[in-house]
Design a protein around this ligand. Structure first.
Ligand code: F6R
Ligand code: ZN
Length: 201
């Protein structure tokens, strides 16, 4: 595994780094069950399996002391009234934090803890967000016509628990109302108990 200093440039607009090891592309079809408006989801998917977001990652050893980092690009759009967003996850090792730095666009980070706290933070160019340990996080692009680009960095041993959010959802949704983003309760949110841990999905 690489253990030399690493530099790369990020071209803007767009947010594509000039070097990366892994490129994940999340399409609409991989987001079944994540959006509240299931009818809109089905009709959009029937028309086109569009790309909702992409992640460029630099791979490092999953060793204590290492940091994983990369770029997240959430494309603009909505399913019904709900903006395009990432799946969202807890870290499998709950006591691990993450820092996001917004490079482009306008978004919101929707966060919550297993204990019932929730928070929504604004993402805009130049703004840094520290997601503390224990907080699930999902980025939402609230600007029509522009990608939301963030740089992220987190401990290499954190791992990802997607299953808890996939089953239970997050307590809050971000929808467009009267042309503006609005944070509302998720009518389908259900308490799933403690995060399930584990990687994958
Ligand atoms: C890593 C992290 C980000 C996200 C990325 C995509 O811990 O938070 O790199 O992985 O923004 O979101 P998810 O992983 O929720 O599909
Ligand atoms: Zn994370």
């Amino acid at each position: 595994m690489r253990n030399r200093p690493l530099e790369f440039d990020v071209s803007l607009p767009g947010g594509i780094p000039d070097r990366y090891d892994q490129h994940t592309v999340r399409r609409l079809s991989s987001m079944r069950g994540y959006f509240a408006d299931t009818d809109s989801f089905s009709s959009m998917l029937a028309a086109e399996d569009m790309v909702l977001y992409e992640v460029y990652e630099l791979v490092r050893a999953s060793a204590p002391g290492e940091l994983l980092h990369g770029l997240s690009v959430v494309h603009p759009g909505k399913v019904g009234a709900e903006y395009f967003m990432t799946k969202g996850h807890f870290h499998s090792v709950l006591e691990t934090a993450e820092v996001y730095y917004c490079l482009q666009g306008r978004g919101m980070m929707v966060m919550e803890t297993p204990e019932g706290d929730w928070s929504v933070a604004e993402l805009r160019p130049g703004r840094v967000l520290h997601v503390p340990p224990r907080w699930a996080h999902r980025s939402v692009n609230v600007e029509s016509g522009q990608d939301l680009v963030t740089f992220f960095v987190y401990p290499a041993h954190a791992g990802h628990d997607y299953a808890t959010i996939q089953v239970a959802g997050l307590r809050k949704l971000v929808i467009e109302r009267d042309g503006r983003p609005l944070v509302v309760d998720n009518p389908r949110w259900c308490s799933s108990g403690p995060p399930q841990g584990g990687d994958g999905i």
